[in-house]
Design a protein around this ligand. Structure first.
Ligand code: ADP
Ligand SMILES: Nc1ccn([C@@H]2O[C@H](COP(=O)(O)O)[C@@H](O)[C@H]2O)c(=O)n1
Length: 201
């Protein structure tokens, strides 16, 4: 199994890059394991309590479970991938996830946890300017994650930006490759995919 880690700030284009890579590599060869699905299960708390957490601190990800799941996939076992609902701020069940020859781990903390980093054959950081990332996030969170203008601005200022500077951006140093501007950087994606194809032959 060939494992790729893709990190980068929120809104940098990690998910888009991962989907484009999977499209070229083929869905029969490649699957995406989103780190967002491993946000801790907070179903025992009320929605109001859940809204108060700092979701940009690495302790909010159940990295131990993700590590266990990646090892199971390497052993060719099917895992129960948690499903995550951003509008409810918690997990909402799970789905079966089958091993594939190429697994892409994608998330803001994909290069943060040492035990995960050691598992990657290739580490990528998607590097996009802060203001562009903020605009992308604002649009996406309102359209897709059940948020409003005020909540996105408040969250970005209070936690997203300071935590990005403290915990996400410093992980760029662990990347083998840095992709500028994210999802529509076709040339960079093609170069990376060609490299992976050569490694897989
Ligand atoms: N290079 C790009 N140019 C313009 N918009 C982009 C680009 N890459 C991604 N997007 C858009 O920005 C938003 C956030 O991208 P996404 O891939 O979800 O980022 P991330 O997973 O890093 O949070 C999405 O709506 C996506 O379509
Ligand atoms: N309940 C939650 C959980 C996470 N977030 C935010 O998601 C961001 C990471 O996801 P990306 O797809 O944008 O990389 C992270 O910055 C958290 O703030 C949230 O808002 N609510």
């Amino acid at each position: 199994m060939y494992i790729i880690g893709i990190a980068g700030g929120t809104g940098s284009g990690k998910t888009t890059v991962a989907y484009k890579m999977r499209e070229i590599l083929g869905t029969e060869n490649c699957e995406i394991l989103p780190m967002d699905n491993y946000y801790r299960d907070l179903s025992h708390e009320t929605l109001e309590e859940r809204k108060k957490h700092n979701y940009d601190h690495p302790s909010m990800i159940e990295n131990e479970l993700m590590f266990e799941h990646l090892n199971m996939l390497k052993e060719n076992k099917v895992i129960d991938l948690p499903e995550y609902d951003f509008s409810q701020f918690t997990r909402v069940g799970s789905v079966k996830f089958e091993p594939k020859p190429i697994i892409i781990v994608e998330g803001i903390f994909a290069l943060y946890y040492e035990e995960l980093r050691k598992m990657y054959d290739l580490a990528i950081y998607v590097d996009t300017e802060n203001d562009i990332r903020f605009i992308r996030r604002l649009e996406r969170d309102i359209k897709e994650r059940g948020r409003d203008l005020d909540s996105v601005i408040k969250q970005y200022t209070n936690t997203v930006k300071p935590m990005h500077d403290a915990y996400v951006e410093p992980t760029k140093k662990y990347a083998d490759i840095i992709i500028p501007e994210g999802g529509f950087n076709e040339k960079a994606i093609q170069v990376v995919v060609n490299y992976i194809f050569r490694k897989m032959l």
